[in-house]
Design a protein around this ligand. Structure first.
Ligand code: URP
Ligand code: ZN
Ligand code: ZN
Length: 806
């Protein structure tokens, strides 16, 4: 055999040597080819006869071996080793799956590109796929100016290898290899290469898959997994068709041709919902590195199938106009579903009117008010109060960025004057108490109008404590820690590498107290904090450098949309603080409930959207800028290892992460309207409403302590007012209402002794009684109907209140 090989090598090389001098003549070319072919014919014939003779000697049919080699093995090698299909083509491949054939190895294969014996024809199928608007997306909108401007020039440099088109792969063989650093210092003293910086421009998307082709791959059977919902875990199979979960259970009967995914040893969980992102946000003189495509692609890569982004109108801008801008930016780009919050950055009767319109006609049920960013977006206390009141009327959730903007402004001036210009100045200008004060103030203001409150990006222990205390008092408030505050800390601002320190700048800042992430995770596990977001708002190093000599000009924002799920699993579940059900609650279910997307989103159940993650607890992954999917050139979680991650991510029935391979499709996602009056939120508000009515203290004659306003309102018509008056008098005539400094407390407390000389509560006083002091709700209702004449309420139904009246 060795001699045959050398003969072939010799003939090939000899061919090359005599070919060069004749290269310019057609005749010589022909002559050269002719001789070349002749040599190959002779060589082939010789090899063939030798093989046949060996065959006879050893009883092997070499003819069959040769045919097998040529027809089966070689084309496979050609297609797999010479060229890997791009992300786009892989998606196209799946879209070409023929219903009924499936893709299991024991079934016939669907039509696949690039495996033809006659070689690969570039884009043979993909260019013929019509680019139809997704049936699921409501209104196809034209690309915005910003989108058009974003068409990348050096795209091929910075996209990951699998994302590239084949032509691009030939153009650049530059692989970006950055190993996980051992420590911060070594990592950041060596800024990543240009390829990383150019990543910020990476936006070339995979085209939309037409709906008729999407559906073909949408029949999925997920077998043998542990299905995790917020309320429990069950061993069950899940069957998905047309983007919806159709069956959950055992021994399911499903149509043939469904793709089967074996989830043995894995958890089957609802796709994550990231409650807080800023994609394509114009902010602090620049626009975030991630747009709605790269941001949602990153989300999917990490197991998040829905994001909620913030519409942020500029001061004086119509809220509706801003909302439409955001829809235009997002609709054709999102690779996963999305909803929107709207920020209220200024206050006027028009704004109030538009808030109503947004709730009624545009699927908005949450408004965010800034207590920071003075002179830009900040509202003062009166405006906050009115905004909360408006949210309450509309059935919306009031969200706050809670930091005292007035204090921050003054501190910044002082720090800059003192020569502190670096990123550490950012934290120094707004320490923990500046956040905690604002959280407390927001709770007080919201409670005055019984408005449900949602504190975005909880960053400090003290802010978390305030929320925990307020929740214990019965206030309807939800706290949202983010991936960054749960996994890293503010010591990074003191890092000697400016780039590293600046990359962590966000507001409110990460806290230098290194015990903060653990503490916040404890609160999250206990339901003192309710759910997780990321505040994913990325700026490249070049963008951060806008604040090189002045920390107040560093664009605020960090990454997290891709890392959140794995980090919460690692720090929450692997650490033993929470079980998989709580993990589901804080990564999807609670968000779906608060923003009224449940049970469409946030659970694995029949009828829910097929947003499903097959979570492999054994998957180990080290976070790195070199492998993340965001367009940004820095990752604040660089080098952290997470045990547990998504093996498959299914968004609306489509496998968007397949055995770890990301197959995002631009424009595949849809806008998800969020209706007002989410029952999860407003049922709690209504309960409190019942016990916090306006109470008038009657002073004529001897009086009772408390009456429910609902009763009082119903009473006059039932009793013509007179009876009502007399019914206020206590039967035994010993009870009197006694005013103190806290009117809301007076309204709901019953005292038997006068106050102390300083006006405080007499500690001899007691509300304890063995008699039945609390009327039942039935009593209250009966009185309201006029059946009962009077109710004496010492403590209102629902317990004592520290709250005011509504
Ligand atoms: O630093 C941050 N958080 N940037 C985004 C805007 C905001 O405050 O949420
Ligand atoms: Zn904020
Ligand atoms: Zn934010």
């Amino acid at each position: 055999m060795r001699s045959i090989t050398s003969l072939l090598i010799l003939s090939a090389s000899s061919n090359r040597t005599f070919k060069e001098p004749l290269i310019n003549s057609q005749y010589s070319k022909f002559h050269s080819h002719f001789i070349h072919s002749l040599i190959w014919c002779f060589a082939g014939a010789a090899i063939y006869s030798i093989l046949i003779s060996f065959g006879y000697l050893f009883g092997v049919n070499f003819l069959k071996v040769i045919i097998f080699f040529v027809v089966v093995i070689e084309p496979k090698k050609m297609s797999s080793s010479k060229r890997k299909p791009s992300e786009e083509e892989e998606c196209a491949d799946l879209a070409m799956s023929i219903p009924g054939l499936g893709s299991q190895s024991n079934q016939p294969k669907p039509r696949v590109l690039g495996t033809s014996f006659f070689g690969y024809v570039p884009d043979a199928f993909s260019m013929k796929t019509p680019n139809l608007p997704s049936e699921r997306s409501s209104q196809p909108s034209p690309p915005s100016v910003a989108d058009k401007n974003k068409t990348p020039k050096n795209d091929q440099v910075n996209r990951k290898e699998n994302d590239r088109k084949p032509e691009e792969k030939q153009e650049t063989n530059k692989t970006v290899a950055i190993s996980a650093p051992q420590d911060n210092q070594t990592r950041d003293d060596k800024p990543e290469d240009d390829a990383m910086a150019a990543r910020a421009q990476s936006t070339t998307p995979v085209r939309k898959v037409p709906i008729h082709l999407q559906s073909a791959q949408n029949r999925l059977l997920i077998k043998n997994g542990k299905v995790v919902n917020a309320d429990g875990i069950q061993d069950a199979d899940v069957y998905v068709e047309e983007g919806v979960i159709k069956q959950v259970g055992n021994n399911l009967i499903v149509p043939g041709g469904s793709r089967v995914i074996d989830a043995r040893g894995k958890f089957v969980i609802p796709g994550g919902i990231d409650t807080h992102t800023h994609l394509q946000l114009p902010f602090m003189g620049t626009t975030t590195a991630d747009d709605f495509y790269t941001g949602t692609r990153a989300a999917l890569a990490g197991g998040t199938t829905t994001i909620i982004d913030f519409v942020i109108p500029s001061k004086g801008q119509s809220l509706i106009e801003a909302y439409k801008q955001w829809r235009e930016r997002a609709d054709d780009k999102v690779a996963c579903d999305y909803a929107l919050h709207v920020a209220v950055t200024w206050w006027s009767p028009e704004v109030q009117q538009e808030m109503e319109e947004l709730c009624r006609d545009h699927g908005i049920n949450s408004f965010k008010m800034f207590m920071a960013y003075k002179d830009l977006w900040q509202l003062d206390d009166t405006e906050l109060f009115e905004a909360f009141e408006r949210c309450k009327q509309l059935g919306a959730v009031a969200q706050v960025h809670a930091e005292n903007g007035d204090i921050i402004k003054e501190n910044c001036k002082k720090l800059l004057a003192a020569g502190v210009t670096g990123p550490e100045g950012h934290e120094l200008s707004r320490p923990e108490e500046v956040e905690a004060e604002a959280v407390n103030r927001a709770c007080v203001l919201a409670n005055q109008v019984n408005c449900p409150l949602y504190v975005v990006h909880v960053m400090s222990k003290s802010a978390g404590q305030v929320i925990a205390e307020k929740r214990r008092e019965g206030i309807v408030v939800y706290g949202e820690p983010i991936a960054a505050s749960l996994a890293t800390d503010g010591r990074n601002y003191w890092h000697t590498c400016w780039r590293h320190a600046a990359a962590h700048v966000m507001g409110p800042p990460l806290r230098p107290d290194a015990s903060t992430p653990d503490y916040l995770m404890d609160l999250l596990a206990n339901d003192d904090l309710s759910l997780t977001g990321t505040d994913h708002c990325t700026f490249s190093t070049a963008q951060k450098e806008m604040g090189k000599g002045d920390f107040t000009k560093i664009p605020n924002g960090v990454n997290g949309v891709e890392e959140r799920m794995s980090l919460v699993w690692e720090k929450g579940v692997v650490s033993g603080k929470m079980d998989p059900s709580r993990f589901v609650a804080v990564t999807s279910t609670n968000a779906a409930k608060i923003f009224n997307m449940y049970p469409k989103k946030g659970c694995i159940d029949v009828g829910s959207d097929a947003d499903i993650v097959i979570w492999d607890p054994k998957l180990e992954h080290t976070i790195s800028v070199a492998t993340h999917h965001s367009a940004v050139d820095f990752n604040i979680f660089e080098g952290m290892t997470c045990r547990g991650g998504p093996e498959y991510v299914i968004a609306n029935g489509r496998v968007t992460v397949d055995e770890g391979q990301v197959k995002a499709v631009q424009g595949y996602g849809s806008f998800i309207p969020t209706p007002a009056f989410a029952p999860f939120v407003y049922d709690a508000v209504a309960e409190r409403e019942k016990v916090h009515q306006l109470i008038k203290v009657e002073r004529e004659g001897r009086v009772i302590a408390v009456r429910n306003t609902a009763v009082a309102a119903a009473q006059p018509s039932a009793t013509n007012g007179e009876a009502s008056e007399s019914s206020l008098a206590s039967a035994n005539g010993v009870e009197e209402a006694i005013p103190t400094a806290d009117h809301s407390f007076v309204a709901h407390q019953h005292f038997t002794r006068p106050p102390t000389s300083s006006g405080g509560r007499n500690m001899q006083d007691t509300t304890f009684s063995l008699s039945a002091e609390y009327p039942s709700m039935a009593d209250v209702e009966e009185e309201a109907k006029g059946k009962k004449n009077s109710i004496h309420v010492k403590n209102p139904p629902g317990g004592k209140s520290s709250g005011p009246f509504w």
